[in-house]
Design a protein around this ligand. Structure first.
Ligand SMILES: [Fe+2]
Ligand SMILES: [Fe+2]
Length: 287
């Protein structure tokens, strides 16, 4: 079986309605000030729209969105994010996980899960859904953190369920979606996954075949050794980045041949000329 996935991440959708004074009495005050100062200019709908047009033209079977849909997770923002998901595609063709910005303040993660609704299969994490011979497994690393912290945690309860799902879907090609990279070389300390070692052990022991993440706003390709081979760990830039603060917006077109257990990764995005969306790099990966 062959299947094409579109992996996009960290759209940090804008514009977002100005938060109320009440909503700003929290960590959100830092995030809103940061957005006004940096992200408002660097993360634009124009780049995102051009990438989305390119994705549609490549006709993927499924869209995998690895979190940070919003900025400071106000009610208006998460509702706008839901409307954006509805435009992206129906829930049968789109899967979403949360990022740290979707869980920006205590209580936000639960409200985001409600708002994103059927785009999170079963409404909880971890989830697993089958796309034929591919099992798509979604994990949440989203926890509310103090100001200036952007770390994530999977936690023991989810890790136990993740191990069980990897085992249950062992007949499938297993693709795991997770916002924070399970790799301390890519993000650590106040931006990293606090239980990164345990997460890697579960992914390895459960023979994950491919891991898709966001959070770093940078393209990356690393690996986790498993008893059956190597799981590629793929990171993508923010799908809204204009290139002024981080690498320009891009998405990963992932063609999986489940019989050959091979993955063809094509990064598509805005070239350094800042105009056209095109293939930037192609990599052949064997699981
Ligand atoms: Fe992000
Ligand atoms: Fe993030």
């Amino acid at each position: 079986m062959r299947i094409r996935l579109a992996h996009l991440s960290d759209p940090h959708l804008s514009p977002f309605p100005k938060p109320s004074v009440g909503e700003l009495l929290s960590k959100r005050a830092f995030g809103y000030a940061n957005w006004v100062k940096n992200r408002k200019a660097a993360l634009g709908q124009d780049v995102l729209e051009r990438l989305l047009a390119d994705m549609r033209a490549q006709n993927p079977s499924h869209y995998c969105v690895t979190g940070d849909l919003v900025n400071v997770a106000t009610d208006a923002e998460v509702q706008a994010a839901r409307a954006w998901l509805d435009r992206l595609g129906p829930p049968q063709r789109v899967s979403v996980i949360l990022g740290n910005h979707d869980a920006y303040v205590p209580g936000a993660a639960g409200r985001a899960v409600q708002a994103y609704g059927p785009y999170i299969p079963g409404g909880q994490f971890p989830f697993a859904r089958r796309l034929g011979a591919v099992a798509l497994i979604g994990v949440s690393t989203a926890v509310a953190t103090p100001p200036l912290m952007a770390c994530g945690r999977v936690g023991e309860a989810q890790l136990g369920s993740l191990a069980a799902l990897l085992d249950r879907h062992d007949d499938a090609f297993k693709v795991v979606m997770i916002h924070h990279p399970p790799d301390s070389d890519l993000a650590s300390g106040r931006r990293g996954l606090t239980d990164v070692k345990a997460v890697r052990e579960v992914l390895a022991a459960g023979c994950a075949d491919l891991v898709l993440h966001g959070h770093t706003h940078k393209p990356s390709l690393t690996h986790i050794e498993t008893p059956r081979g190597r799981a590629a760990v793929v990171g993508v830039p923010s799908a809204s980045s204009d290139g002024s603060h981080h690498p320009p917006g891009a998405w990963a077109m992932i063609d999986i041949d489940t019989d050959q257990r091979s993955v063809h990764l094509t990064r598509r995005g805005i070239g350094r000329d800042g105009t056209t969306v095109r293939a930037l790099e192609t990599v052949e990966i064997s699981a």
